[in-house]
Ligand binder design. Structure first.
Ligand code: GTP
Ligand code: MG
Length: 357
C-alpha cells in the first residue's frame, strides 16, 4: 500500500511524514531539491500483537505501508508537474494542508486559508483528470472515424460521462462506478478517483479548536476525510524517550490521542479495509483486504496457488481464539468453522486455508 504525502510548499509534509512513518528525514535537506523521501512502516495492530503473543517463537509480520513524501508542488503545478507520475502510483493521497501561521516560514499566498487550499488542490486533481480524459477522447474520436468499434464506442461513452462530471467540478471518486467501468479506466489512474485524506497542520495554540475544525471542514467537502493535527509539537513530543514523560506532555498539550493512531484508523476506513490473520509455521501475519471480500479472494491475496487450489477455509474469530488460548485448543473444542470460497471474510478472522498444491 502506497500512501503519498503531497501538498503546497512549506505545509509541514516532511514533519508529518516523520510523525506518521517513524522516519527521520531532515526537512531542511529538501530545500531546492525535487526528490521524494520514502519509508516503509508497519500498520499498528493491537490484534496482531496479541495474536503474535500466543506464538512467541514465530515472526510477527504486520501489514506494511510505503510512505512517500514529495517536495512541495506550487499552486497550479499538479497537472504538469514532475510529481504527476508519483501521484498516479499512490493508493491513498495524503494532502498536507497548512494551518499554522509563522512569518518565518514562507507561504505562496497572502493568507493562511486551509479550506481554500483544500478546494484548490481538489480542483487541481480534477483538472489533471479532465486533461487526460480530453486527450484520450480526441484520440478515440480519430480512431473511431477510421474504423468503428463497439469497444471504442463504449469507452467513449464512459469518458464523455466522466468529462461531464469533471467539468461540473465533482471528483471522480463520487461517480457510481460499476466494477467493469472501474476496470476500464484503471490505467488512467485518475487522481480525483483515489481515496484522499486532507491532513491539516496547525499551531499548538489551535489545539483546543482541532476537533471543531475537523468537523467543519469535513462536512464542507463530501467524500473526503479531514484530520487536523499539530505537527511540530507532536514531532518534538515523539522524540522524547521516556514514555511517562511523553504521556505527560501529550496530556499537557491536550493531545488526547496521538496523530498516528487517529491517522491509521481514518486511512483504514477510507480504503474500506478489513484485516484477517494467518498463523504459519514461521510467522503470524496480518493481511489487509477490501471489506466484503470472499475467502477465495483472501486466499489469492496470500498466493495465487492457494487461490487456484482452494478447498476450504478454516476460520475462527480473533476473540474466540483468544478465549481458547491457541489454534489447537480452538480446533479441539470444535470452535473452528469450515467455510467455502464464497464466505465473506470478516474483520479479525484468523484463517487457515486448505488447498491442493
Ligand atoms: N510554526 C510551525 N512551524 C511548523 C509546523 N510544522 C512544520 N513547521 C516548520 O515549517 C518548516 C517546513 O516544514 P516541513 O515539514 O519541511 O514542510 P514541507 O511541507 O515538507 O516543506 P517542503 O518540502 O519544502 O515543501 C520547517 O521549518 C518546520 O519546522 C507547525 O505546526 N508550526
Ligand atoms: Mg518536505
Amino acid at each position: 500500500m502506497n500512501f503519498t504525502l503531497f501538498g503546497y510548499p512549506k505545509t509541514g509534509k516532511t514533519t508529518l511524514f516523520n510523525i506518521l512513518s517513524g522516519a527521520q528525514a531532515d526537512p531542511s535537506a529538501y530545500d531546492g531539491r525535487r526528490e521524494a523521501h520514502e519509508h516503509i512502516s508497519a500498520v499498528p495492530d493491537a490484534r496482531l500483537d496479541r495474536l503474535a503473543g500466543l506464538y512467541p517463537d514465530r515472526r510477527k509480520v504486520a501489514a506494511a505501508i510505503d510512505f512517500i513524501d514529495l517536495a512541495g508542488t506550487n499552486y497550479g503545478e499538479v497537472k504538469t508537474g514532475t510529481f504527476l507520475n508519483a501521484l498516479r502510483k499512490a493508493d491513498v493521497l495524503i494532502h498536507i494542508v497548512r494551518g499554522f501561521r509563522d512569518e518565518r516560514i514562507p507561504h505562496a499566498k497572502p493568507s493562511i486559508d486551509p479550506a481554500g487550499d483544500i478546494r484548490a488542490m481538489e480542483d487541481e486533481l480534477l483538472l489533471s483528470d479532465l486533461l487526460s480524459i480530453e486527450q484520450r477522447l480526441e484520440k478515440l474520436d480519430k480512431e473511431l472515424k477510421k474504423a468503428k468499434s463497439p469497444e471504442g464506442e463504449k469507452e467513449q461513452n464512459l469518458l464523455l460521462r466522466l468529462k461531464l462530471q469533471a467539468e461540473g467540478g465533482i471528483p471522480l471518486r463520487i461517480f457510481s462506478w460499476t466494477e467493469a467501468e472501474e476496470k476500464a479506466v484503471r490505467a488512467f489512474a485518475f487522481l480525483s478517483q483515489k481515496p484522499i485524506l486532507h491532513l491539516l497542520n496547525f499551531d499548538e495554540s489551535d489545539i483546543p479548536r482541532l476537533a471543531e475544525i475537523e468537523k467543519e471542514l469535513g462536512a464542507a467537502i463530501p467524500g473526503t476525510t479531514v484530520l487536523a493535527a499539530c505537527g511540530r509539537i507532536e514531532r518534538e513530543i515523539q522524540e522524547i524517550g521516556d514514555p511517562a514523560e511523553k504521556a505527560a506532555f501529550l496530556a499537557e498539550y491536550g493531545l488526547l490521542e496521538p496523530t498516528p493512531a487517529r491517522f491509521f484508523r481514518a486511512a483504514v476506513g477510507l480504503m474500506d479495509l478489513v484485516f484477517f490473520y494467518t498463523i504459519g509455521k514461521d510467522e503470524v501475519r496480518a493481511w489487509p483486504i477490501r471489506r466484503h471480500s470472499s475467502a477465495l479472494r483472501a486466499a489469492g491475496a496470500i498466493h495465487t496457488d492457494i487461490e487456484k487450489g482452494f478447498i476450504r477455509a478454516e476460520v475462527v474469530t480473533g476473540d474466540e481464539l483468544f478465549r481458547q488460548g491457541s489454534w489447537q485448543a480452538a480446533k479441539d473444542k470444535g470452535a473452528l468453522r469450515l467455510e467455502g470460497r464464497d464466505y465473506t471474510v470478516q474483520d479479525g478472522d484468523v484463517i487457515f486455508f486448505r488447498f491442493a498444491p
